[in-house]
Ligand binder design. Sequence first.
Ligand code: ZN
Length: 381
Amino acid sequence: MRWPLGVGDPPEPADPFHLLHLIRDVGSTLAQLREHRVQVAAPEVEHALPVGGSEVADAEHAFPSNNLPAGRADVLHRPPGLLLVRMVAMTTSAHDMSLAQVVAVLDGFYPPETAASWDQVGLVTGDPAQPVRRVHFAVDPTRAVVDEAVEAGADLLVTHHPLLLRGVHSVATTTAKGAVVTSAVVADLAIYCAHTNADIARPGVNDALAAAAGLPDDCAPLGMEDGQPIGRVGRLPEAVTLREFATRLADALPATPVGVRVAGDPSALVQTVALMGGAGDDRFGDVRAHGADVYVTADLRHHPALEAREEAGDGPPYLIDAGHYATEQLWLAAAASRLAEALQARIVTHVSDLRTDPWDFTVGRPTPDRTPQYSRSSRES
Ligand SMILES: [Zn+2]
């Protein structure tokens, strides 16, 4: 499609896109666009554009790989120091997906009825009729994540963890949750959560973790909850030492300041791996029932973890606490590309750059590798 060019060209009413704002101040233009909630092409696209092209078609041709759906607003530099902005109309065009359409696809990936009975999943904010062109993915709907999504021009934020799990009586900005809800509503940002329904889905959160652990695609469920299969168990192609397995896993997961904690003999061989992204210290019975050599999960509390190690008599199953955020974060990219593929690139997806692991740093002396407290005291040797 070719677009008319020139100063003062009027928008064509018959066209879903209003064309041609030729403005002299780049900064104010971007600000105005944001004020009017118009999507602006990503900065890297701006920089990729050839300066001085005489046809918009040239510019479109310059970034075919950026996967921008037809009709997105783009910023085109024009000399001398001018900026040509091609704007998306504020009405939904035939090219736009509605929030309802995108949610229907997400619900198909992660059926809400498969979520745990205590969970709260699905749409938190948003109007099903609103257009969705840019979708942001994050583990947690924190204030910083919502700010990031709004800054990125997202229309929809998909998170793993629910925003409102317990009763809420106010969404005033006087609380963190209220500020998140208010920010999202003010910015027309829809929020959608896929939590335990994404944990159990195939492919879902635990499949992304299983892939990071080097397990094949055909892992079995670790256990059942509310009639749904949860967690995964699978076998590595060959046995490796616990240290080697944990090191490979740590390399495959996003880094966290707390690192990966391991309980067990670092030289012991492991092959059967049980795993559950997020908090999983209530599943030791399932882990033992599967004869797993090692259990990868997060949020391992002192008493359940110590009791599980005592029960194991210093042998398998060994334990790896890889961090709650880290064990769930890899799902984001998988979910984002699956959604983009399902919608045939009519949306743009982005995975949050923010690490929402609550911990920031560690201090103190690391202990020696192996000091099992329950079988013998290391001080005696
Ligand atoms: Zn979680």
